[in-house]
Design a protein around this ligand. Structure first.
Ligand SMILES: Cc1cc2nc3c(=O)[nH]c(=O)nc-3n(C[C@H](O)[C@H](O)[C@H](O)COP(=O)(O)O)c2cc1C
Length: 174
């Protein structure tokens, strides 16, 4: 049984690569990866904690498979599980829709009563607008492989240090 389920969407593979790096950083069998294009929300039922990752596509839009996946999701899939979010975007190419899909995902999950963790400072990014900003901070980890790939390792380490105890705590307690 998966303890932590990492559900991701991807178009050109960046988000899958990050998902694999997160898995590696957890080590062992603590975490299982699911491409949302190839699974349904029922796969979340076996998970005690969740990570959801997505790029932003179009003009500030969700990838189609994630939109479909979220459309099938209900509160029974989420229960009181901790859920940490991450998003990929391009702050130079899309400064007015930067990582909007992260914000859209957050809004949907919050509406379903998810226990969301892992907000992230917006310092160090340059953009005009983002739906992923709430009270001055991002609602999850933000990575920009197009312009700041050199910062990704450090950002992943810092964010995982923050969310890991709660995600793994849930798997022990649960
Ligand atoms: C057609 C297209 C549209 C995009 N639209 C946005 C956008 O609206 N906002 C944003 O922050 N990034 C946008 N991006 C950047 C992607 O989110 C970024 O390149 C990401 O790393 C892609 O991840 P993936 O390889 O997992 O699909 C767009 C990229 C493409 C190719």
């Amino acid at each position: 049984m998966a303890k932590i389920g990492l559900f991701y969407a991807t178009d050109t593979g960046n988000t899958r690569k990050i998902a694999k790096q997160i898995k590696k950083r957890f080590g062992g069998d603590d975490i299982q990866l699911f491409d949302v294009a190839k699974t349904t929300p029922d796969a979340m039922l076996d998970c005690e904690a969740l990570i959801v990752g997505t790029p932003t596509l179009g003009d500030g839009e969700l990838p189609e498979p994630l939109a479909e996946f979220l459309g099938q999701l209900d509160s029974s899939h989420l229960h009181s599980k901790p859920v940490a979010l991450f998003g990929l975007g391009d702050q130079v190419g899309y400064p007015a829709e930067f990582v909007d899909a992260l914000g859209i995902t957050y809004k949907k999950l919050r509406k379903l009563g998810a226990h969301l963790i892992g907000s992230w400072s917006a310092d160090g990014y340059e953009f005009e607008k983002s739906k992923a900003l709430h009270d001055g901070a991002f609602v999850g980890l933000v990575l920009d492989q197009d312009n700041q790939a050199d910062l990704t390792d450090e950002r992943l380490d810092e964010w995982l240090e923050q969310v890991k105890p709660e995600l793994l705590g849930a798997t022990v307690a649960g």
